[in-house]
Design a protein around this ligand. Structure first.
Ligand code: HEC
Ligand code: HEC
Ligand code: HEC
Ligand code: HEC
Ligand code: HEC
Ligand code: HEC
Ligand code: HEC
Ligand code: HEC
Length: 466
């Protein structure tokens, strides 16, 4: 199956968008009305100005231009000019060496807002998902997050305690903390989550805040980097359908999704036969036959059977398998009951109803069991707190360190391994370690109650179970 578009002189592309605009969206970010019907004219051939960008950049940045030439959009006449030129009044407006002194302004920053001019539906779905505002909230919206987690990021990982820029460590709340060492945040969290971009001379992005991850917040108020999956400048849909596109961020001890996938029967099929599968099918026509087992995109995003493609990765989720206690998704995290139904619609394209039912029940039971561990941990902690047997700094306190591993590492691996059919993650990296960590927490708890004091040294010593 091939691309929808012929490379003809003028392409009239009418995009009729049926989506319903998210309430409040326009007011917050000044996106164009995404629910509008759009008629869009694309001229084959480039204007003189656009050719100027391409020709000079072909010499100065050949890698970028070569990648762009391979993209579907270059064939449709969309160039550097369409995505990088901004109004002079834009807070991001600057000028590159080649256009200094002209009345053209550009920015190296391109957010989902630029894409929304031509792909309003994808952008609307994306903005309503955990991949947009919520993703960067974890890094740059201190007011709305627990002090303790940000204490970890700002004070410990930012090495405030090593006297970087002399921060004031006010009992684990980041309020009033100066922007000291960002090395850990910039090389880690922000590359996956994104943060608020800060500007320097000529409105170029500075202070280790750009380029960033999926939820990057731009100076004009727009949110989101579409190219984390559709790598620039090829903007491939084939790349985004492969698990590696997601594995860039969804990996490691705390959410080993790519590892889980490769361990599952589906991932084994991908590893054995994935190079024979068809990834170039036109949007919404990528179906079983093109592949024999699902990738991440198949289950979470792509159209399959009666389900249309979605850029909201929350749409097909029932549980919250990432936070301390797993609850049915609701509000800004999605709609769990609907999500459950949608996910089942994915499976039944290749499995019988009995198989699907069995698999969903396994997940529900794993969630229930995990929650019991978590509730038990909370009860012990409340007891210790009442008796003054918790240290103020949780990272020097064995009980609290273990509590973190319980939900953030072992607990996620147990839940996500069960959800995505990876028995080794569900058990040996998951439930097995969960009970071990829990037993150790119980021991510390009982010791503290017996002696009515906190043991002198953390018995955990920061070696998290993996
Ligand atoms: C369809 C839109 C689109 C087109 C067409 C496009 N770009 Fe980009 N470009 C992007 C996006 C998206 C980014 C990533 C921006 C971000 O992370 O904020 C980017 C980033 C860049 C960057 C900064 C990142 C880096 O590696 O230095 C440069 C330079 C750049 N593009 C040059 C070009 C040139 C030259 C062309 C034309 C050959 C071009 N772009 C065409 C969307 C586009
Ligand atoms: C005569 C050559 C020339 C022309 C014409 C030209 N550029 Fe550039 N551009 C450069 C060079 C050289 C750089 C790298 C140095 C710099 O950033 O100023 C650059 C940098 C950029 C960057 C990255 C800026 C950054 O902060 O990293 C973008 C985006 C860009 N150009 C887009 C464009 C667009 C869009 C056009 C057409 C409107 C254009 N350029 C026209 C030579 C040119
Ligand atoms: C000026 C209009 C315009 C803008 C702006 C634009 N696109 Fe496109 N895009 C198109 C058209 C037209 C096509 C269809 C080209 C084709 O595949 O034949 C397309 C196709 C695509 C495809 C599918 C390519 C494929 O292989 O089928 C992706 C992915 C995509 N765009 C992503 C983006 C992203 C991400 C941005 C923002 C950084 C963006 N587009 C900005 C017009 C635009
Ligand atoms: C390798 C990429 C990566 C890095 C580095 C990373 N995260 Fe994450 N983070 C993710 C992914 C992916 C998820 C979603 C996992 C899931 O849904 O199961 C996530 C989830 C979260 C969540 C839970 C979701 C929410 O919004 O409440 C928080 C909070 C969070 N990360 C904060 C951070 C902070 C702070 C840092 C740096 C100290 C960081 N992350 C580093 C990829 C990363
Ligand atoms: C989490 C990864 C991911 C992100 C982020 C992402 N996409 Fe996609 N996109 C995909 C996948 C996967 C497909 C292919 C769906 C299918 O199989 O038909 C796709 C398909 C597309 C298409 C082809 C038409 C369609 O809807 O199927 C366009 C256009 C597109 N994306 C634009 C965007 C824009 C604009 C953004 C930023 C708002 C974006 N994408 C962000 C994964 C992503
Ligand atoms: C650039 C990093 C990055 C890439 C690439 C990426 N994600 Fe994510 N993803 C994240 C982060 C960060 C979060 C956590 C969002 C939050 O804080 O709620 C997340 C959350 C999710 C969630 C849970 C959403 C929620 O509301 O809890 C799903 C499902 C997901 N991603 C699927 C995918 C799939 C499928 C792909 C590939 C097609 C993908 N992601 C690619 C960074 C990424
Ligand atoms: C066979 C279908 C399937 C495949 C393939 C798949 N997933 Fe999942 N995924 C699921 C199901 C089912 C859940 C649990 C949904 C629920 O709560 O009901 C889930 C849950 C998740 C979550 C947890 C969301 C949260 O925070 O609660 C993330 C993140 C995720 N998947 C990412 C990925 C990534 C990345 C890949 C590929 C490396 C992938 N998935 C492959 C079906 C799949
Ligand atoms: C595109 C087809 C396809 C889709 C969609 C799909 N699967 Fe599978 N699944 C397979 C194939 C092929 C196998 C390997 C069967 C074998 O071992 O012979 C498999 C195996 C499995 C297994 C291993 C146990 C067994 O049957 O031997 C589980 C569990 C599973 N799938 C669950 C799911 C769930 C849950 C969903 C939906 C969230 C899903 N699958 C969606 C094709 C698919």
């Amino acid at each position: 199956m091939n691309h929808l578009f012929d490379r003809i002189g003028i392409i009239w592309l009418a995009l009729f968008i049926a989506g319903i605009a998210t309430a409040g969206l326009a007011a917050e970010t000044e996106y164009p009305n995404l629910a509008d019907k759009k008629e869009l004219v694309i001229k084959r051939g480039f204007t003189k100005e656009a050719l100027g960008c391409i020709e000079c950049h072909a010499k100065k940045m050949p890698g970028t231009v070569e990648a762009w030439k391979l993209s579907g959009m270059s064939h449709a006449g969309i160039s550097c000019y369409d995505c990088h030129v901004v109004e002079k009044s834009s807070p991001m407006a600057g000028q590159c060496e080649g256009i200094k002194g002209t009345d053209i302004y550009i920015s190296p920053m391109v957010s989902s807002k630029t894409c929304s001019r031509c792909h309003p539906q994808e952008v609307e779905q994306f903005l309503g998902s955990g991949h947009a505002k919520l993703a960067s909230k974890a890094v740059c919206d201190p007011a709305k997050l627990e002090g303790k987690f940000l204490g970890l990021m700002y004070y410990h990982e930012g090495a405030g305690f090593m006297d970087n820029n002399k921060p004031t460590y006010d009992g684990l709340t980041p309020k009033g903390m100066p922007p000291y060492n960002r090395a850990a945040r910039a090389s880690g969290c922000q590359m996956c989550h994104g943060t608020q971009v800060e500007l320097g001379p000529d409105n170029r992005p500075i202070n280790e805040t750009w380029p960033g991850g999926v939820g990057t917040r731009y100076p004009d108020g727009s949110i989101g980097t579409c190219t984390v999956c559709h790598t620039r400048h090829k903007f491939s849909i084939a790349d985004a359908r492969k698990p590696e596109a997601c594995g860039a961020c969804h990996l490691g001890p705390d959410h080993p999704n790519i590892e889980i996938y490769f361990e599952s029967k589906h991932g084994q099929q991908y590893l054995s036969h994935g190079d024979e599968w068809e990834y170039e099918s036109a949007p919404d026509t990528w179906e079983p036959g093109d592949y024999t087992a699902p990738t991440c995109a198949t289950c979470h995003m792509s159209g399959i059977g009666e389900l249309p493609t979605t850029h909201s990765v929350n749409d097909r989720l029932k549980w919250d398998l990432v936070h301390k206690k797993s609850v049915l998704r609701s509000g800004e995290r999605g709609d769990g009951e609907k999500g459950d139904k949608e996910m089942r619609k994915v499976c039944v394209n290749c499995h019988g109803a009995t198989h699907t039912l069995a698999q969903r029940k396994i997940l529900d039971n794993a969630v229930e069991l995990y929650n019991k561990y978590w509730d038990g941990a909370v009860r012990m902690k409340e007891d210790l707190k009442k008796k003054g047997l918790l240290k103020e700094n949780p990272w020097k306190d064995g009980f609290q360190e273990l509590e973190y591993y319980l939900w953030h590492h072992c607990g996620r691996r147990a839940r996500q391994g069960s959800a995505m059919n990876a028995p080794d993650y569900a058990h040996w990296h998951g439930f097995f370690q969960l009970f071990q960590v829990y037993y150790d927490m119980e021991n510390i708890y009982e010791q503290r109650l017996k002696n009515n004091k906190i043991e002198e040294m953390s018995t955990v010593m920061s070696t998290g179970p993996y």
